[in-house]
Design a binder for this molecule. Structure first.
Ligand code: SF4
Length: 86
């Protein structure tokens, strides 16, 4: 079983800005066809976590996410919770 954090990229959202490639060129590349992100190493080692977090943070389209396989962290902002009674 693997509990290594994983990079998840939504290529449908990627706008090909290339910020992730500049941040971590050994983990990200861009497609020669349309410039969208290509994840080179889905599993993230401890040494790369900070740069992956930075890439997720600076991606202008929100196409990147870091999945830890554990409890959802501060990077998991998939929608707002409902407001009961609102
Ligand atoms: S930074 Fe975001 S929009 Fe730019 S290439 Fe990477 S995933 Fe795509």
């Amino acid at each position: 079983m693997s509990t290594a954090p994983r990079i998840v990229a939504d290529r449908a959202r990627c706008v090909g800005a290339g910020q992730c490639v500049l941040t971590a060129p050994e983990l990200f590349d861009q497609s020669e066809d349309d410039g969208t992100v290509v994840v080179l190493a889905e599993e993230v080692g401890a040494d790369d976590l900070d740069r992956v977090r930075e890439a997720v943070h600076i991606c202008p389209s929100g196409a990147l996410a870091l999945e830890t396989g554990e409890e959802t962290g501060p990077l998991s902002t998939t929608g707002r919770a409902g407001r009961p009674g609102a």
